[in-house]
Design a protein around this ligand. Structure first.
Ligand code: DAT
Ligand code: MG
Length: 156
C-alpha cells in the first residue's frame, strides 16, 4: 500500500481564545512543520447553530451552553489537514482535552491551563472528521493539490 492510499483528513480549529491570544501562526506552524498538508482554511465567527451541530454529542453535558457561548464569542480558524494517520497524530499533537493532563510539548500542554479554554479543536476519529469537514466546509472549498516535498516526507 502506498502512502497515497493511507491518506486521511482531519478537521482542526483554533478556538476564539487561541485567536485572541495570537497563537494562530504558532499552531498552524506545528502542523506544517510536521509535514501534513493544508487543504482548507477559513477565518469565521461560527454561528451558534453550527456549533450546536458540531458539539451535538455533548448537548446533555453541564458545560454545553458555556462551550457554545465561548466558541461563538469570537472568530475561529477552521482548517482541514491531510496526511497519513493525521486524525490520531493531530490528537497527540493537541494533547489531552484537559490541559492539566496534557504533556509539555503538546499544544494544550504548552499554551493552555483550563479545559474550558483549551485553544484548539481536533476530530477524534476518521468518522467524526468526515462529519465535521462536511459541516464546516463545502466540497469546493477543499483544495486538491500536490505538495512538492511529499517524496521527502513519505518513502512510498
Ligand atoms: P476534545 O475537544 O478533546 O475532543 P470533548 O470532545 O470531550 O474534548 O469536549 C469538547 C470540548 O468541550 C473540549 O475541548 C472542552 C469542553 N469540555 C470538555 N469537557 C469539559 C469539562 N469537564 N468542563 C468544561 N468544558 C469541557
Ligand atoms: Mg471532541
Amino acid at each position: 500500500m502506498t502512502s497515497q492510499n493511507k491518506q486521511e483528513k482531519t478537521f482542526l480549529a483554533v478556538k476564539p481564545d487561541g485567536v485572541h491570544r495570537g497563537l494562530v501562526g504558532k499552531i498552524v506552524s506545528r502542523f506544517e512543520k510536521k509535514g501534513f498538508k493544508l487543504v482548507a482554511m477559513k477565518f469565521i465567527q461560527a454561528p451558534e447553530e453550527l456549533l450546536y451541530q458540531h458539539y451535538r454529542d455533548l448537548k446533555d453535558k453541564s458545560f454545553f451552553s458555556g462551550l457554545v457561548k465561548y466558541m461563538a464569542s469570537g472568530p475561529v480558524v477552521a482548517m482541514v489537514w491531510e496526511g497519513e494517520n493525521v486524525v490520531k497524530t493531530a490528537r497527540f499533537m493537541l494533547g489531552e482535552t484537559d490541559p492539566k493532563k496534557s504533556l509539555p510539548g503538546s499544544i494544550r500542554g504548552d499554551f493552555a491551563i483550563q479545559v474550558g479554554r483549551n485553544i484548539i479543536h481536533g476530530s477524534d476519529s476518521v468518522e467524526s472528521a468526515n462529519k465535521e469537514i462536511n459541516l464546516w466546509f463545502r466540497a469546493e472549498e477543499l483544495v486538491s493539490w500536490h505538495k512538492i516535498d511529499q517524496s521527502m516526507i513519505y518513502e512510498d
